[in-house]
Design a protein around this ligand. Structure first.
Ligand code: SDX
Length: 428
């Protein structure tokens, strides 16, 4: 019988409590502080630097070693050998699909990519120059107004139907968001295409001429979607879990994840990193720009990570993809890519970044690849949201399936006014 491991917390007034230590299959142990309330004290960890919010079997990150596993499979192997829908099946169900399971899953997703035609009317409420992420939050949230036939979230079959609808329809909405912003007609999905081909077709085809997706660009975008599919309890996933913990409609929960992803500290960093490279403009300005970072005038976008204190393994794959796409497209002398590599080299040899363990993250190179694929920078985070939808849905599903889940409700350290009586305005 394994001996129960405990941590003893002793307060300065001598009172103490024994707290169980829990271990996972991988990663650091955690101290179960649920009983701490008995001492009448809470913990304080506002940005969750040292707090785990759940148990999960989906994704594992080792920030010091720079490891990322989806259901135990290293991201480098999945990015090279798998495809996005297969990774979606893996994240959602826990195992790689058999050939038959894969065919069935792909058929289901492919045949649910159309959206209710009434949904197209929501776009007209937005200005054409609205940021596509603002439109995504609104229109994906609006899906919750369309599906009343399978919303018993405690029914696994209903959760599976909602998951399938979100995975299939978010790319269609993403492409419609792009078309709306450039003033072109919406392009309906075509079932003859694969998932990523369809996304590119719906974004770039026009009624005026045939569009045949370029297989090299499709493969590059497929790899980008795989790299962005899930990342354990990041800000947007934690938002989806907290929204879902109240029993909210799954489409509304995913809309809350899209809203959280938009921030430049999170999924908005890919757009911000490309803007930064364009602002630097030339390798001759790298040293001056880096000095501005060190003077804390601004952050180096696409650098740093709450968990990775080593190279983000996705950034390494993204750098390689960047190189392949640019050489395939004969954009070898791409100034931005050269600039990014000089910036990376400069930062990684500077004590300021070394001391703070700041390395490139997934967003540092993704913007260059996305732009080379012809995707406008205001759509970069939308593409991230298309990829992360499977992560959000899988994490939401895992939480709801856990019979022990309860509504999330953090406590606070109150530092406001003590009790006082109302003063009539004449006496203020
Ligand atoms: C994603 O959580 C996830 O998993 C997210 C994600 C996912 O897949 O879901 O991986 C996707 O969001 C990647 C991160 C994308 N964001 C950016 O690239 C924006 C730039 N990065 C920073 O904003 C920052 O690094 C964060 C937000 C990513 C992490 O910040 P932390 O963990 O809160 O760290 P911190 O701000 O406390 O920084 C520690 C020190 C500070 O310096 P000192 O006060 O000690 O002197 O490092 C500095 C920071 O100023 N620092 C940076 C920096 N990031 C941190 N300095 C310059 N440039 C940066 N990018």
């Amino acid at each position: 019988m394994e001996s129960k491991r405990i941590a003893t917390l002793t307060l300065d007034d001598g009172r103490s409590i024994e707290l169980p230590i829990m271990s996972g299959t991988l990663g650091p142990d955690v101290i179960d502080i649920r009983a701490l309330g008995k001492l009448g004290v809470f913990t304080y960890d506002p940005a969750f630097f040292s707090t785990s919010s759940c148990t999960s079997e989906i994704t594992f990150i080792d920030g010091d070693a720079g490891l990322l596993y989806y259901r135990g499979y290293p991201i480098e192997q999945l990015a090279e050998k798998s495809d996005f829908l297969e990774v979606c099946y893996l994240l959602l169900n826990g195992e790689l699909p058999t050939a038959e399971q894969k065919a069935q899953f792909n058929y289901k997703i492919t045949h649910h990519t159309m959206v209710h035609d009434q949904l197209a009317r929501f776009f007209n409420g937005f200005r054409r120059d609205a940021h596509p992420m603002a439109v995504m939050v609104g229109v994906v949230g609006a899906l919750s107004a369309f599906y009343h036939d399978s919303l018993d979230i405690n029914d696994p079959q209903h959760r599976a139907v909602s998951a399938q609808r979100l995975l299939a329809k978010v790319p269609t909405i993403a492409a419609m968001t792009h078309k709306y912003s450039v003033g072109e007609p919406f392009i309906y999905p075509k079932n003859k295409f694969g998932f990523v081909e369809n996304l590119m077709y719906m974004m770039f085809a026009t009624p005026a001429e045939e569009y045949v997706p370029n297989p090299i660009l499709v493969r590059a975008l497929e790899r980008i979607l795989i790299l962005h599919a899930d990342h354990e309890q990041n800000a947007s996933t934690s938002t989806v879990r907290l929204a879902g913990s109240s029993g909210a409609n799954p489409f509304a929960c995913i809309a809350s994840g899209i809203a959280a992803l938009w921030g430049p500290a999170h999924g908005g960093a890919n757009e911000a990193a490309l803007k930064m490279l364009e602002e630097i403009g030339d390798v001759s300005r790298v040293a001056e720009y880096v000095q501005g970072v060190k003077d804390k005038k601004y952050k180096l976008m696409g650098f740093g990570h709450r968990v990775y204190k080593n190279m983000d393994p996705r950034a390494s794959v993204m750098r390689q993809t960047c190189h392949e796409v640019l050489s395939e497209l004969k954009l070898e002398n791409n100034k931005l890519f050269e600039l990014a590599m000089v910036l990376e080299k400069t930062a990684l040899s500077d004590p300021y970044f070394i001391e703070r363990k700041l390395y490139p993250n997934v967003d540092f190179y993704s913007g260059i690849v996305l732009r080379a694929l012809g995707i406008p920078s205001n759509m970069f985070t939308v593409i991230f949201a298309v990829a992360r939808t499977i992560g959000w849905v899988s994490q939401w599903n895992e939480m709801i399936a856990d019979s022990e889940y309860k509504i999330g409700r953090p406590r606070q350290l109150y530092r406001g006014a003590v009790r006082r009586d109302f003063v009539p305005v004449a006496k203020r």
